[in-house]
Design a binder for this molecule. Structure first.
Ligand SMILES: Nc1nc2c(c(=O)[nH]1)N[C@H]1C(S)=C(S)[C@@H](COP(=O)(O)O)O[C@H]1N2
Ligand SMILES: [Mo]
Length: 315
């Protein structure tokens, strides 16, 4: 396929390099990490590539996540993207107006080599499939087969300076197609942040797709952050700017309600939201409630990042 065809909408494109590099990734045998999809799951998934967009993946129970992936239709039609709508079912149709080509992402700040990347070049970075649990602060959750790459790879390209301690992210904001801050109820553009060590952690990815296809607009096309041990609002969508900073950057939901949403926002069943418990969650597509796990089940990988920190204070 001629990938320079700007008239093709992103969801019609299945970039071949995604599959090629994914095969290489499997061959390299780098699935040791507990959160990574296993080769056998991938083998079950890959032949279904043409139909999987609308069908649930079957037999995912052997996955290292140990849980069935949420159907594509659920993931793509139950969204939080306040720039388009505060109604979860209203985002997908309004987000069709988002034009994701051309798309530039600037990475700057406390770095030796600030750069503006074209999305086509970002897509040339080796893409991997990661099946992650995703837990919204509103107590719903899902299991998402993301396609993406470690944020650490992108940060390495700009060479973080020794005074860089945090990473600030900014979403695209176009008031011609998006709500005003007054209507959205939050400051815009949407901004988020991570500590540099969180950003460099191998579980932290920039997602470019899900279910083996480029991201639907409503899920944050063409590039969104995914930090699986934190509440979903940290996973900022449609990123246009990444800035390394010395000081903790402002974050949208912390600005909106500082007593309800902290900077860290690690999934923590023991720290209630002021208005609801975080002990349980409803998995999209299911009726009952599941227990919410500390760090969303990724504690073994990430708890050490917070050694010595009072996670009730730094919530
Ligand atoms: N720019 C932007 N990013 C955002 C949001 C948003 O409103 N705007 N919502 C956040 C919240 S609260 C959640 S739960 C996830 C939802 O991602 P999904 O729609 O792909 O499930 O996106 C996060 N990223
Ligand atoms: Mo959320």
């Amino acid at each position: 396929m001629d990938r320079s065809d700007k008239n093709t909408t992103p969801d019609q494109i299945t970039p071949e390099h995604v599959y090629l590099s994914r095969r290489n990734f499997i061959r390299a045998g780098v699935f040791a990490g507990s959160a990574f999809v296993t080769g056998s799951i991938y083998q079950a998934f890959r032949p279904r590539r043409e139909t999987v967009e609308t069908a649930p993946i079957e037999n995912v129970s052997a996955s290292s996540v140990g849980e069935q992936a949420t159907p594509f239709e659920e993931i793509a039609n139950y969204n939080n993207y306040y720039e388009f709508s505060t109604s979860k079912s209203g985002v997908a149709s309004r987000a069709k107006a988002l034009l994701t080509r051309p798309w530039a992402v600037t990475v700057d700040g406390a770095v030796a080599k600030p750069q503006t990347f074209d999305i086509e070049d970002i897509l040339k970075i080796e893409q991997e499939e990661r099946i992650y649990r995703f837990r919204c602060v509103e107590a719903w959750s899902m299991v998402v087969p993301w396609v993406g790459f470690p944020l650490a790879k992108l940060l390495a390209m700009v060479e973080p300076a020794s005074n860089a301690r945090y990473v600030a992210f900014t979403s695209h904001y176009d008031p011609r197609i998006m709500s005003s801050p007054a209507v959205a109820g939050i400051d815009l553009p949407y901004v988020e942040g991570l500590r540099l060590d969180e950003a460099m952690h191998p579980l932290t990815i920039m997602a470019t797709g899900l279910y083996g296809k480029l991201l639907p607009n409503q899920n944050g096309a063409p590039l969104r952050l995914v930090v699986p041990w934190k509440y979903g609002f940290k996973s900022i969508k449609s990123v246009v700017k990444i800035t390394l900073t010395e000081n903790e950057p402002p974050t949208t939901w912390n600005i909106a309600a500082p007593s309800e949403y902290g900077f860290y926002s690690n999934v923590n069943p023991d720290v209630s939201h002021p208005r609801w418990s975080q002990k349980k969650e409803r998995r999209l597509g299911e009726t009952g409630l599941r227990d919410t796990l500390p760090f969303n089940g990724y504690g073994e990988e990430v708890a050490a990042l917070y050694d010595g920190m009072d996670l009730r204070k730094y919530f």
